[in-house]
Design a protein around this ligand. Structure first.
Ligand code: SF4
Ligand code: SF4
Length: 184
């Protein structure tokens, strides 16, 4: 079932999804974790009316989950929910930066709720520019702390998971050349 974005939600100057994903469309190619040549930081897309289908159709998960408040907006949380993962009964949280929100009770309660509902939860991190991201499932790691409502232990395990990805993953280079046929 196709989800519809919630009315009134806005990117509000965020341009994260013009940078983190690799794009392989006919009109536009770019490697992962590289800002699109058409993206003006803080100003958005400079070829908006001509942007490719892949850009027109993408909304992050904040647009679809009414239970997430403004603190979950990527500008505030530093987290992008990968809405593609919803189709697999999973939530992939691309953690762009280590924001104070990651140690909030709201974050722990929501992630804990997903784990208790048997929804797969993955943490994802970006590698160096022009490298593919990496992710890990955290359900099994967190299940006891969630059941015990142990906020401190959950926070420790969140931090451990992020450090584990950052410190142990062998980042794979993305050799996609930057290429665009788009004109404003
Ligand atoms: S990550 Fe979400 S809020 Fe940010 S630009 Fe993409 S769709 Fe908009
Ligand atoms: S074409 Fe526009 S919307 Fe698409 S990635 Fe580039 S800047 Fe973003």
């Amino acid at each position: 079932m196709a989800l519809s974005p919630i009315s009134g939600r806005d990117c509000d100057g965020c341009t994260a999804c013009c940078a983190f994903p690799p794009i392989h469309s006919e009109e536009l190619r770019k490697p992962a974790n590289t800002l699109c040549v058409h993206c003006v930081e803080g100003g958005g897309c400079s070829v908006y009316s001509a942007r490719p289908t892949v850009c027109r159709g993408f909304y992050c998960g904040w647009f679809f989950l009414p239970e997430l408040g403004p603190e979950w907006h990527p500008n505030n949380s530093g987290i992008v929910l990968r809405s593609e993962s919803f189709e697999d009964n999973a939530v992939t949280l691309l953690i762009l930066r280590l924001s104070p929100f990651l140690v909030s009770e709201e974050f722990a309660a929501t992630v804990g709720g997903w784990i208790e509902a048997d929804i797969g939860v993955e943490f994802e991190r970006l590698g160096p520019p022009a490298h593919l991201p990496a992710k890990m499932r955290i359900n099994e790691l967190l299940v006891d702390a969630v059941a015990a409502r142990d906020l401190r232990e959950m926070q420790k395990l969140f931090a451990w998971s992020l450090a584990h990805i950052d410190n142990t993953h062998e980042w794979e280079a993305d050799s996609t050349p930057m290429l665009s046929h788009l004109r404003a």
